[in-house]
Design a protein around this ligand. Structure first.
Ligand SMILES: Nc1ncnc2c1ncn2[C@@H]1O[C@H](COP(=O)(O)OP(=O)(O)OP(=O)(O)O)[C@@H](O)[C@H]1O
Length: 223
């Protein structure tokens, strides 16, 4: 019998303040959430409710003032930035609005770079490109790709290390209905293999396919 691998991601009691002059904004006030393996969680909430801040803390791109994040059982919070970067490269597929592609490198090189960042061996980039529907586009740089192709290239980079969890910020934001369906089905395929998926979204379609919806309001989980 193998040991229970535990949740894909677990956040406990996250607090994050921002100080601007004399003003203090409490962007996260005690957020806890769990993403189980194979589960899709949609995070929704009004503008300013803390969604981007939460995603940055979960991905280790930002450090909360209090609380803990564990990814695949490994601690992400309260450690050096280089350690957080390693955990992120190794265990998280990050799909942020600003895109996870290096602009002057072609798609194949972007895929290889993400692989190397996690200290993993060589990858069959062509196979991955085929999986996301980008056969023959490996030598294109991001500026040469359409919106839908860019989304799929970002997805290839996010999936290359077989992450425990995928953290996505509006991954289908600018896509037409058909491309949105393609991207969602690729993400769902990955959760089918045991990854967790957390998506910050305004899309009714993403909410519809989610196993669970978490509503953020004023930096806290509502309800
Ligand atoms: N770097 C920062 N400095 C100061 N305040 C910040 C900073 N980043 C976020 N905030 C504040 O923290 C709160 C949460 O912001 P956040 O961007 O996480 O919300 P959001 O739900 O992602 O909003 P949106 O849907 O508009 O992107 C807001 O009040 C915002 O003004």
């Amino acid at each position: 019998m193998t040991a229970d691998p535990g949740p894909a991601l677990e956040a406990r009691d996250l607090y994050r303040f921002f100080r601007t002059g004399d003003d203090e904004t409490l962007a996260l006030r005690g957020v806890s959430l769990t993403v189980h393996r194979g589960e899709t969680v949609a995070v929704v909430g009004p503008s300013g409710s803390g969604k981007s801040t939460l995603l940055a803390c979960l991905a280790g791109l930002d450090e909360p003032a209090g609380g803990t994040v564990r990814v695949g059982g490994e601690r992400m919070t309260h450690r050096r930035e280089a350690d957080r970067a390693r955990v992120r490269a190794d265990r998280i597929g990050v799909l942020l609005q600003t895109r996870n592609l290096v602009p002057h490198l072609d798609v194949t090189t972007n895929i290889r770079l993400a692989r190397r960042a996690a200290g993993r061996g060589r990858v069959r980039a062509d196979e991955l490109l085929e999986q996301v529907g980008l056969t023959g586009r490996g030598l294109a740089v991001p500026a040469q790709l359409s919106g839908g192709e860019l989304a799929r290239a970002g997805l290839a980079v996010a999936l290359v290390n077989d992450p425990d969890v995928i953290l996505a910020d509006e991954p289908t934001g600018e896509l037409d209905g058909a491309t949105e369906q393609q991207v969602l089905s690729l993400l769902r395929e990955h959760t089918g293999r045991g990854a967790g998926l957390l998506v910050v979204t305004h899309s009714a379609e993403v909410v519809r396919i989610a196993d669970r919806v978490v509503l953020l309001r004023d930096g806290a989980v509502a309800g």
